[in-house]
Design a protein around this ligand. Sequence first.
Ligand code: IPD
Ligand code: CA
Ligand code: CA
Length: 596
Amino acid sequence: MHGRRLATTEALIAVVSPESQGVLDTLESIAADRDIGLEAVDVGTDIDRVYDEDTATLGVTIGGDGTFFEGVKTFAPRGIPVLGVNTGTLSFLARVEPEDLDAALEETLSGRATVDNRQQVAVKTDGLEATGLNEVMVQHVPPQSPIDRKVTRLDVFANDEYVGEFEGTGLAVSTPTGSTGISLSANGPIHYPVNNQSIQLVPLHTHQIGVRPVVMAPSTEIRVYPVGPAILQVDGGRMYTTVAEDDEILITGAETPAHIVRTSYDDHFFTAITKKLGWDVRSEDGRPLRPDADRVRRTRFARRGRDAGSLSTSADVAHLLDEESFPPEHPIRRALEVAIEAAQSAGEPLRELHGRVESVTYKTDKTDIVTEADRQADRIITTTIATEFPDHGIFSEESGHRERSGPYTWVIDPLDGTGNFAHGNPNYAISIALAIDDTPVIGVVYVPETDELFAAVDGGEAWQNGNPLRTTSRERLDESMLLSGYDPDGSFLANFYQQTRGVRRLGSAALNLCYLASGSADAVWEYDTYPWDVAAGLVIARAAGSRVTDARGAPFAFDLETDTRKELLGSNGPLHPSLLSHLDSGVVNSASRQDG
Ligand code: IPD
Ligand code: CA
Ligand code: CA
């Protein structure tokens, strides 16, 4: 899947073009049937009156691409995802046809649609400050008389480095979404817009043969100084101004992306583009025409994932489960895929909120962001899982128990390492496990800031992205590195600090167990963990060869029915006897807990 899942929708706001009343009527009856609030506004109207930021809102545009652009302008700054319904004649962005509206909305409201974050472009000059989804163009002012000069000269800098003088019709700075047409006209590449964070500087009808489009990071500050007056247009003239000679135009990637909802009713990007460009080597439904091409594609995916450590769900699952024992419809394969998808989907809003935490100085605001982070991640994970497995139980730190009607229970910590998160420290993780009765059998731990995905299935190997994990084989305490969790009176540190190469406290129990599995630590100690802190990490650490016990050496007993806290000692195996003999009885869970 591409993009994160759109997990919850509590209300709809529709931006409607004047000719689209009929489709709005359809949307109103769909919303009424589903008992979901709908507010409709005309294109160009402010939505503040009808928008409540505490309600998970889906934006819908009904019209052509023009209405979609206006919708993005309204919804993107508020982080609202937008679904475009096309009532225009030719549309590249509003991709749901009115006859598919009911089904596409059903898919979206039941949590099966995804959200693409599209890079936008920002421009600032005297008299205009704007954000565009497609492009910013700087062009010559049309001459009064057709025989007058039609070219403009522009001096262009990238991050204060002089790019050169562009002489021609002008230039465009386009996003991956807006690049196709402009880029092709200048012999540039086609940008696959999904998860593509870049901007592209494109010369327009230049008189210099060697000038070519340049692809840049969105943080690049492009400064343009016209030699003579110029016209500046955003998204095909939706916003524009004239710029005087030598005025500065600053163009860069916008900070806020557009959140575009994709359903299975959209044309895939390559289906749409190849139709336009006539590369037609695929059938109507976008599949390869050559019968064995699908198989070749799957094998290549798996190999590429292994070589490059790619995070594609299919590649990760391919490492963890063999096709013969776990065919596509096997419940464990499906559960693992969904766990990975849910973890990666929840990672995205956490990354966004973490960035905001880092820049917040007031504690109360930080608390709000952290609570919001817990809540959003939990909602995405539990909705994704509940949609796929309605009869499974759910046991999440944030939303408590949901009863199961069979042996399966999901054990979830949507944000492990809250203290770190609140301080802008990157050591936090999403932890998702599936237990059969009282035994965790699937473990997935995802680290949003580093894009590391740790996963294992009971009885198999543990993997981190494309790499198999194995614990260390150190036998001597004085050569070992330990990780400690909450250690209320510091006795674990006191007992082991001098005896070892070090004791570290990372602040995330789930990550501690993954680092034990990967060999970057030889042992971990947790004074009092909850089941959700360790369920996924246990599967991963055990699959990598760890031994996990209580403080007396009895196998760690995972207990799902109660939420009592337990101590946990995990090691590479050979170190376990020395660790147990050094563990002072004073560190065993007896003190009352003060903080995490
Ligand atoms: C905490 C962290 C911490 C551990 C605590 C947990 P939270 O979880 O995993 O490292 O020592 O026992 O409660 O509150 O950040 O989800
Ligand atoms: Ca936790
Ligand atoms: Ca937590």
